[in-house]
Design a protein around this ligand. Sequence first.
Ligand SMILES: NC(=O)c1ccc[n+]([C@@H]2O[C@H](COP(=O)([O-])OP(=O)(O)OC[C@H]3O[C@@H](n4cnc5c(N)ncnc54)[C@H](OP(=O)(O)O)[C@@H]3O)[C@@H](O)[C@H]2O)c1
Length: 326
Amino acid sequence: MQALMCHAFGPIDTLRVEDVPEPQPGPGQVLVDVQAASLNFPDALIVQGLYQVKPALPFSPGAELAGVVRAVGEGVAGVQPGDRVIASSGHGAFAQCCVVDAARLMPLPEGMDFELGASFVLTYGTSLHALKTVARLQPGETLLVLGAAGGVGLAAIEIAKAMGARVIAAASNEDKLALCRQVGADETIDYSREDLRKRVDALTDGRGADVVYDPVGGPYTEPALRATGWRGRFLVVGFAAGEIPKIPLNLALLKERAILGVYWGDSVRRDPAGHRANMRQLAEWFAAGKVRPVISERVTLAQAADAIARLANRQVKGKVVVLPQG
Ligand SMILES: NC(=O)c1ccc[n+]([C@@H]2O[C@H](COP(=O)([O-])OP(=O)(O)OC[C@H]3O[C@@H](n4cnc5c(N)ncnc54)[C@H](OP(=O)(O)O)[C@@H]3O)[C@@H](O)[C@H]2O)c1
């Protein structure tokens, strides 16, 4: 089969498409013919050896996919060859076949094609877990989303609207902000040229945001924390800007703000029933037209390394889908 391979942690442009033997499903695992996979920021980190998980070399990147089950390993129940599924694979999805733990699989939701299915689990799973389970976002509250035109950012906008919140979306250019409004953001801020804190203050009559969703880090975190209101909740989701900010803790004391970490992957492992309930909720919202991944580009395996590099350089919007069979 064809796969995008990483032989050594290093620059993204060293990734190559190669012919490799098909993997075999072990006990508790399932072999899936990958019809579509999608890019996520961790793909850029994992191949450079900068992610918290370091797979054994060589490996294929690709953390989420949709496809058809080809074979099941020993002890797998409730999944059969021919089933249409979606999965978070951690890595391995940028290939024509991928072995996934059966526990990380769910049926392709009703009405969803493979491209949408491949763009659903990780971004929407993360954002629902963050907003519902961690922040306990309430109807009528105001949410500020940073990096709002990215994968998890757009999902956060749609989910917060489905939960009845008001959403302020922040991103780095007008094109990205227009997309945020298209998926439901009530207000937008261009944080590349506007003062984030002052604009949030103005948009909330000085009260500040109730919840902040921060997948970016770097220079935006401190002004966003200062823009969080009394007893607001600040979600630490990621550091796409590359820098892990150091925050003066008096900012937590001053308004009784809570700074809350989000680690979706580990939460799925620790609370599989909670994860399944969240995915059922998301499938219902998809069926009702409340959430729908925005696919901005479709690429082949041969084009995937270039797309990962563009994602790492802030040059993509929404989701980029990889089509490994094409
Ligand atoms: N905690 C968890 O469980 C969890 C789960 C999934 C993902 N994540 C993390 O969430 C973050 C976002 O993931 P994603 O897949 O949504 O990524 P993405 O689609 O690339 O979105 C990230 C956004 O960050 C912004 N950004 C600001 N400065 C940047 C820089 N120097 N380089 C790159 N991007 C920059 C960009 O928006 P602007 O250009 O508009 O600023 C971009 O749209 C990543 O750090 C990822 O590791 C965490």
